[in-house]
Design a protein around this ligand. Structure first.
Ligand code: NDP
Ligand code: MG
Length: 383
């Protein structure tokens, strides 16, 4: 029986990973980790019987201990707990499905402990790809993409000579504000931004899709996963979210992966790679769909995509500043403290203010994250 750990088990990717585990019955759960949703975590513990769990929030960890005192399950907390859950002896693979750059340290710890990684948590690669990818190579650990575009590219490269791939083509839905100008997006609400046309996801990535910062993060994620120059990674808007991404080879041939928008497919593919297994759910019906359309992304109105791509081209500590600024600005937007367009305005101001460090260490990255948060506090002083 394969054993896995799931970090972020109560989130959108985490719960869908457990759906895949439930349907297949041949994977055991070694550990689970969550932020603060101990009601759901308790249910997951009673259903999947992990030996150990971790909760980020200390009070919630205590509450969970009380809730499951009839069970023989270790409850850990904070970053130490997250790392323990990521490195538990019995797990062969860690599903990294926490949101944000909080995933960096557990990812590094899991790789050092020789665990394969099913990676949903793109912020970790965006900020620390230059540390994670060589370390995974050195430890002979596989980083299996869960993000649908990267899984599509991974599937398209299967059996191919990666050196003969000339271009990656990342598809984007365009999000809920596709076709709108900045003027039209000036007063959009949190509710409008959370209303994604095709995918149901966690709040942070849903806002990232609305700003299109998500696609910028994915460009950098693809650079690291597939060792490609950012200039050879193209974004094309494909509003039906049917083509999940494509690879163009040197003979001009293009291989794509298509499917309904269902994250369980890339999750299951990462868990069982290189095998494919039955997955219930809708199948693509081309006759019903009728047409697939394409648009060039609008980087003038969706400045976040431009900025994130620029951060990737600049490299060093710039992607960390871009990502940290976005994480904090999205949280501020979700709590009603700033307007939608301010997310990317703040990102731009933080990037302009930053002096790039080349090849930042883990400590440099975490310090840059804190400095970026402080700079945003300074920018918003008195508001
Ligand atoms: P959610 O917000 O739905 O879930 C996040 C999960 O992480 C929750 O289990 C949450 O716990 C947990 N968490 C948050 N902070 C911490 C912390 N400090 N310590 C431990 N656990 C924590 O996010 P998603 O599932 O949507 O996204 C997860 C990652 O996957 C993101 O990086 C996202 O970009 C990526 N991704 C998601 C896709 C999707 O379809 N959802 C598609 C492609 C990529 P709690 O619930 O207790 O707060
Ligand atoms: Mg994606």
């Amino acid at each position: 029986m394969r054993k896995i750990a799931i970090l972020g088990s109560t989130g959108s990717i985490g719960t869908q990973t457990l759906d895949v585990v439930r349907a297949n019955k041949d994977i055991e759960i070694a550990s689970l980790a969550a932020g603060s949703n101990v009601e759901l975590l308790e249910k997951q513990i009673r259903e999947f019987h992990p030996k150990m769990v971790s909760v980020w929030n200390e009070d919630k960890a205590l509450e969970l201990k009380e809730r499951i005192k009839d069970l023989d399950v270790e409850v850990h907390k904070g970053m130490e707990g997250l790392i323990s859950a990521a490195t538990i002896d019995s797990a062969e693979l860690v599903v990294l499905a926490v949101v944000g750059m909080v995933g960096i340290r557990p990812a590094i710890a899991a790789i050092n402990a020789h665990k394969d990684i099913a990676l949903a948590n793109k912020e970790t690669l965006v900020t620390a790809g230059h540390i994670i990818m060589p370390l995974a190579d050195e430890k002979n650990v596989r980083i299996l993409p869960v993000d649908s575009e990267h899984s599509a590219i991974f599937q398209s490269l299967n059996g191919e000579n990666k050196e003969q791939a000339e271009k990656l083509i990342l598809t984007a839905s365009g999000g809920p504000f596709r076709g709108m100008t900045r003027e039209q997006m000036k007063d959009v609400s949190v509710e409008d931004a959370l209303n994604h046309p095709n995918w149901s996801m966690g709040k942070k990535i849903t806002i990232d899709s609305a700003t299109m910062v998500n696609k910028g993060l994915e460009i950098i994620e693809a650079k690291w996963l597939f060792d490609m120059d950012i200039r050879d990674i193209q974004v094309i808007v494909q509003p039906q979210s049917l083509i999940h991404s494509m690879v163009e080879f040197l003979d001009g041939g293009i291989i794509a992966q298509l499917g309904t928008p269902d994250m369980r497919l890339p999750i299951q593919y990462a868990l069982y790679y290189p095998d494919r297994k039955f997955l219930d759910g809708d199948r693509v019906d081309f006759g019903k769909i009728g047409k697939i359309t394409f648009e060039i992304p609008d980087m003038d109105n969706f400045r976040g995509l431009y900025l994130a791509r620029q951060a990737g081209i600049t490299g060093g500590s710039m992607p960390t500043v871009m990502n940290a600024a976005n994480e904090k600005a999205v949280a501020l937007f979700l709590s009603g403290k700033i307007k939608f367009l301010e997310i990317t305005d703040i990102m731009e101001q933080c990037m302009e203010n930053h002096k790039v460090l080349n090849n930042p260490s883990l400590e440099d990255i975490l310090r840059t994250e804190r400095e970026t948060y402080d700079y945003i506090d300074y920018l918003l002083k008195g508001r």
